[in-house]
Design a protein around this ligand. Structure first.
Ligand code: TNX
Length: 507
């Protein structure tokens, strides 16, 4: 209870300042619409907010708070980009005063206050806080497992709770296409998908909680058979029937891609559109490059910037201001022999094809750095949360579930690994002299059945990712673990009661 995660840069708790009545926190001054924050406080902490209160517990003051500029790319839409999230909390005249230059700063400060309340006791606080990285994200695979809009909202709540600000939605893949495209109803017929209204509501919901949703169209690989449902797009088949990809000049491809991108841009306010680019197995380099260059041109014509998985950097399609997302970690290097031992003979030629693409991954950081692109760091070690934790769990049913849940292709690692890692210490980034643009964890959902599974994979690890992304580089691991322990009731209240009972954290 009463723990703040991520830990603020400076935090001092003094004696009880006042008692709050009926779990109602009274706010003086409401420089912005408090309703989304009130919703989070109510559902996550069981605390009601009363705005414009006389005799307030907390007063909000709009004023600049000096702090270092966050590192990296600002994920926020143009009307918010660059606004400071730095805030200060002080006790004065018997109440707390939160100062910050903009809504998001006051929102984050209020979160710290609400998290620090102990029962009905509002403590004296002295806090100075600001994010270390500008981009603090989670990539969510809503293809392999369908997330109805209300579950996406649950995930947004969890991100907001930990001061994270990007939800990257992986909307299309081999298995399904998850958003409606006007004039192309066949694509989503009989498929669970987001309607235009769903997308608008999700973007608004996230925006009110200071989370930007970055949409991903995963092209030119990871597309078939999904896209063929449209009936007008010629998907190319490579040297093996399972090697399928899009060629820009093939019939219907350019129109299709344009329609899909136009629809994304119509609903998402993110300044970036993600073009995938990963694992386009069997797609010859020229075709791959031509596709991504043309698709990136479409994104620019729609006045957005491009982000792509690291392989996209090989297409010479990304320009200054675009981003490349690193995901292939040393620990998880593709090993063709291991893979061949695991799959039937008929797939061995596919394994060789994949091996060629993965072998090139060692050169990606340098390629990205020399092109002057920022790196969104999602290294599968330690940021892929579909990896199984290696430490024992305290709950037998969860241990049993972990025999099926999580990607068995990755070696299991301790849940707290992310706390002993830093992007600025990651070997390939350091050696490439690359510029870190942000941190993004990822949850791939091949093995996920329900929100309980999501809870088990995401938590407590997402809290540690938040610490890494927001908090100071130097941390006391035990202190962070203690703060994570203090989040249990909040996670449960927000729909994630089945967080992993990791023995590293909870015993
Ligand atoms: C690789 S990460 C993929 C995904 C899988 C994931 C499993 C990436 C860019 N592509 O398609 O779901 O591994 O962890």
């Amino acid at each position: 209870m009463s723990a703040v995660l991520p830990l603020p840069h400076t935090f001092a708790r003094g004696p009880v300042l006042r008692t709050i009545e009926n779990r109602t926190l009274r706010i003086g001054g409401a420089p912005f619409d408090l309703s989304a924050f009130a919703d989070l406080a109510e559902r996550g902490f069981g605390i009601h907010l009363e705005a414009d209160a006389a005799d307030p517990d907390v007063v909000l003051v709009v004023e600049t708070v000096e702090a270092p500029k966050p590192i990296g790319a600002d994920p926020r839409p143009a009307d918010r980009a660059g606004r400071s999230e730095a805030h200060r909390i002080r006790a004065s005249d018997g109440h707390l005063v939160i100062s910050g230059a903009a809504d998001e700063a006051l929102f984050q400060g209020l979160l710290t206050v609400v998290a620090a309340i102990d029962g009905d006791r509002l403590p004296t606080l002295e806090v100075e806080d600001h994010p270390r990285f500008a981009w603090r994200g989670l990539s969510l695979d809503v293809v392999r497992r369908w997330f109805p809009p209300e579950e996406v909202e649950n995930v947004v709540d969890l991100l907001a709770l930990h001061k994270m600000n990007v939800l990257h939605l992986h909307l299309t893949d081999t298995q399904a296409w998850r958003f409606a495209v006007p004039g192309r109803a066949a694509l989503t017929q009989d498929v669970q998908h987001y309607t235009a209204g769903d997308l608008d509501r999700l973007v608004e919901y996230a925006r009110a909680r200071h989370v930007t949703i970055v949409p991903e169209l995963d092209v030119p690989g990871h597309v078939a058979p999904t896209i063929e449902a449209d009936g007008r797009v010629a998907v190319t088949t490579g040297s093996h029937p399972m090697l399928r990809y899009l060629e820009w000049d093939a019939p219907g491809v350019a129109e299709f891609t344009r329609d899909a991108l136009t629809e994304l841009v119509a609903h998402f306010d993110s300044p970036y559109v993600h073009l995938g680019g990963d694992e386009a197995f069997g797609d010859p380099r020229e075709s791959f490059a031509a596709f991504l260059q043309a698709a990136a041109g479409e994104v620019r014509a729609l006045r957005r910037r491009v982000i792509g998985w690291q392989e996209a950097a090989r297409a010479d399609a990304l320009e200054e201001g675009d981003l490349a997302q690193l995901w292939i970690a040393d620990l998880d290097r593709f090993d063709a022999d291991t893979m061949k031992a695991r799959v039937p003979e008929q797939y061995h030629s596919l394994v060789d094809t994949a091996a060629v693409l993965f072998a090139e991954a060692v050169g990606d950081p340098e390629l990205i750095a020399s092109a002057g692109l920022g790196m969104i760091v999602s290294s599968s070690d330690p940021l892929y949360l579909d990896r199984r934790p290696s430490e024992p769990g305290l709950d037998g049913a969860q241990n049993e579930r972990f025999l099926q849940l999580g990607n068995e292709g990755y070696p299991a690692t301790p849940s707290t690994d992310v706390l002993r890692w830093d992007p600025h210490m990651q070997r390939d980034i350091v050696e490439s002299d690359g510029v870190v643009a942000g941190i993004e964890a990822a949850l791939w959902c091949e093995t996920v059945r329900d929100l309980d599974d999501v809870a088990m994979l995401l938590l407590p690890r997402l809290g540690f990712v938040a610490q890494r992304a927001w908090g100071a580089a130097d941390i006391d691991v035990d202190e962070v673990i203690a703060a994570a322990r203090g989040q249990q009731s909040r996670w449960a209240a927000l729909g994630f009661a089945n967080f992993h009972r990791s023995s590293e954290v909870f015993s």
